[in-house]
Write a new protein. Structure first.
Length: 173
């Protein structure tokens, strides 16, 4: 790869990291081409970009961000695949966690989210368990509707009590 090609590649990698909401670094060593293709298809279906970069290019792209020191010790060694989430921060981690159940050769090295470097266990146990955007919206809507539902129940309670009293009086006598 020529120097100019490397500079373009580094700029593209940097732009991808800047646009992403989260990144998951994976070790795919020992996986067959078919298994990697299945993994790529799952990432693509969830709107996640999966690329394999040279570790030195990733280090150059992330230089000046503070990530390089933390990632260099764990994530940027050996074969490295990077899954970048652009819409939902947990999408890449969720796909990787699901794929791990079927294929133990895949290993999560580390993750990035909101300016923080996450360990492999944090990616698997915290980032992958975050709710999707639709689930989060549903939970927020439920929080907004809960007080209104209680208010409606309170307003209807006296009328319902009256109906129950009248029905009991009718049955009694």
């Amino acid at each position: 790869m020529l120097r100019t090609e490397k500079e373009v590649a580094v700029a593209n990698i940097r732009a991808s990291f800047e646009k992403s909401t989260s990144a998951v670094f994976l070790d795919y060593q020992g996986m067959t081409v078919e298994e990697v293709s299945q993994l790529r298809a799952r990432f693509r279906a969830r709107g996640v970009e999966y690329k394999v970069y040279k570790n030195t290019l990733i280090k150059k792209a992330l230089s000046g961000t503070g990530y390089v020191d933390a990632l260099g010790k764990t994530a940027l060694k050996g074969m490295t695949g990077v899954a970048l989430s652009f819409e939902e921060p947990s999408a890449a981690a969720r796909v990787a966690k699901e794929f791990l159940k079927e294929n133990e050769k895949l290993k999560i090295k580390a993750g990035l989210m909101d300016g923080a470097v996450l360990t492999a266990s944090a990616v698997e146990n915290q980032l992958a368990t975050l709710p999707t955007k639709d689930q989060a919206r549903g939970m927020l809507l439920a929080q907004f509707l809960a007080p209104l539902e209680s208010f409606v129940r309170l307003i209807n309670a006296p009328a319902q009590q009256m109906v129950l009293v009248l029905e009991a009086k009718k049955n009694k006598g």
